[in-house]
Design a protein around this ligand. Structure first.
Ligand code: DQQ
Length: 550
């Protein structure tokens, strides 16, 4: 394909003219990007494909796949487009899909095409030249589609094949997301040769009332290790549980279940019911996530599309839309009830100018500026210790929805313990600020920790979305410090509460707190004092994102 690869990076506007371009979150040089597709590691090179509109910064169903590669998941080289809608089986769009590295070290790609009849079908493609370390060119299988639309399913409700996994008998399995009459469905298919696929009599899972399931992901996690597990683990035993991740299209939320997968019975038994409010990968803007097993570092990595919340006119004016979340390692929490997520360790390559301090009291109503770092491009870790917890307010029994509690009690509303946390991308007069904070309540003799990300004052601009997000963090503040890690990157704020138990990602568009004008504060607007037991913050170097010269 020849298209966007001729331009060099210098053709794109300088950062000062583009204050919302990110420094270390993945972005293409221009145009629209959404879902990550087919992430994989092949011969030590990481590949990220993504949904891309090469013709402009807005979404268009007639999607292409763009392709970038990296040796460290931090610095990226943008290659030529990988797939364009050119064939009868994908002429109306190449939608999301997944990679599998087959035995013998052979990568393959499965993706959804929209065919001449506007039906969603599943297609197969392979690299043209396995000796090309970047796998630049891909060849679509001539027998596509390899999976046609099931009779009972609407033409636009059948998409996003998962990474496949191998069973003990040498046959392969994969899932495709769907819906019928508002019941979300993960269809299970099997194949002996990768070309002929048969649908199992029963789907792997379905839940009524949830609507279309997009970008389904299905992978094993160790119950007793932070390492990753290859999707094709044979004989998983009791050391493994399976995560079923579902993109709930009607709500734009990535939810997941933890459960037991039985290959013999071809069934999946989740431990909990699927709900929209619990077990979400991220409680902010984070969708269409996809994970892969990284054999180099023996870990599972996940990335997701983080959309804009800016106005369409501003998106058009700046010529691009969408960023990828910073890659996260993920594993099962010790309690086996939820996943933990943490920025991949390679982030440290970008750290510079560390500032840190210990044991600083933050009186009620006070704040403390974190000086010495570039506050618009930073990685910040902070932990809080609380004394006299018995003074905490009782949680109002009607407060069950954390997002609602956070919206109705923004960062300006004083409590006893909280709000305390960080003011990111703040202007010096604090008229602009993105507050990521905690509140602690008592409930039935125990404690409840609420985490919020309040965008209501994030920008002086009008007419843009400034939602507040919230979720509970499953920690006991009597035993554990309340920790927050926040990645700040110009227009994205990615926060990890309780060492990765609760994540909230947001997009913000400050007008005053941009570039060197941005400031960072620790704050406590509660009436009770809290102690910052530890703070470490780093300026972040800019990652290299280069377009490959022809
Ligand atoms: N985006 C793709 C689909 C997927 C959706 C289209 C999720 O394949 O279901 O761009 O964001």
């Amino acid at each position: 394909m020849s298209n966007s690869s001729n331009a060099s990076e210098s053709l794109f506007p300088a950062t000062s003219e583009q204050p919302y371009r990110t420094a270390f979150h993945f972005q293409p040089p221009q145009n629209w990007m959404n879902d990550p597709n087919g992430p994989m590691c092949y011969n030590g090179v990481y590949h990220l494909f993504y949904q891309y509109n090469p013709f402009g910064p807005l979404w268009n169903l007639r999607m292409y796949w763009a392709h970038s590669v990296s040796h460290d998941l931090i610095n990226w080289i943008h290659l030529d487009l990988a797939f364009a809608p050119t064939e009868p089986f994908d002429i109306n769009g190449c939608l999301s899909g997944s990679a599998t590295v087959l035995p013998g070290n052979k990568p393959i790609m499965l993706y959804t095409g929209i065919d001449t009849e506007n039906r969603q079908v599943q297609n197969l493609a392979v690299p043209k030249d396995l000796s090309d370390p970047y796998l630049r060119e891909w060849v679509k299988h001539t027998g596509n589609p390899i999976i046609s639309l099931p009779e009972e399913i609407q033409p636009d409700d059948f998409r996003d094949p998962t990474t496949t996994w191998l069973e003990e008998d040498g046959t392969w399995r994969l899932l495709v997301g769907s819906q019928k009459d508002k019941t979300g469905i993960a269809f299970l298919y099997h194949s002996g040769d990768f070309v002929n696929w048969t649908k199992s009599d029963s789907p792997l899972h379905k839940v009524s009332g949830t609507g279309m399931w997009e970008c389904v992901d299905f992978f094993p996690v160790w119950v007793d290790s932070t390492n990753g597990v290859d999707t094709s683990i044979i004989n998983p035993s009791n050391r493994v549980k399976h995560v079923l991740k579902l993109g709930i299209q009607d709500h734009g939320k990535d939810c997941y279940l933890i459960g037991k997968y039985s290959a013999d019975k071809e069934n999946y038994v989740p431990e909990d019911e699927l709900t929209l409010s619990t077990l979400r990968l991220d409680y902010g803007m984070y969708y269409a996530s996809k994970s892969f097993f990284d054999p180099v570092k023996n870990r599972r990595i996940m990335t997701a599309w983080v959309n804009e919340s800016d106005s369409e006119a501003d998106v058009i004016a700046r010529g691009w839309s969408g960023v990828q979340s910073f890659p996260r390692s993920l594993w099962l929490d010790k309690n086996q009830k939820q996943l933990l997520q943490w920025p991949i360790e390679e982030i440290e390559m970008l750290h510079q100018n560390e500032v840190s301090f210990h044991n600083k009291k933050l009186d009620g109503g006070s704040s403390l500026e974190v000086l010495g770092i570039t506050a618009s491009q930073a990685d910040v870790k902070i932990s809080f210790k609380l004394a006299n917890l018995e003074e905490a307010e009782e949680l109002d029994p009607s407060w069950v929805d954390p997002q609602l509690i956070c919206s109705e009690n923004d960062a300006s509303k004083k409590g006893k313990f909280g709000p305390f946390g960080l003011l990111a991308l703040a202007s010096s007069d604090l008229r602009e600020q993105t507050a990521i904070f905690f509140r602690v309540f008592r409930k039935n003799g125990r404690y409840v920790v609420l985490m919020c990300s309040d965008q209501s004052r994030s920008s002086m601009k009008n007419g843009i979305e400034k939602r507040t997000y919230g979720a509970f963090v499953d920690i006991d503040p009597q035993q554990d410090e309340i920790s927050l890690r926040t990645l700040i990157d110009h227009s994205i704020v990615e926060s990890f509460g309780g060492r990765g138990k609760t994540c909230i990602t947001t997009r913000v568009y400050p007008t005053l707190a941009i570039g060197e004008q941005a400031r960072l504060f620790a704050f406590n607007h509660g009436t009770e004092s809290v102690e910052i037991s530890e703070l470490s913050a780093w300026s972040m170097k800019k990652a290299q994102m280069k377009v490959e010269e022809p």
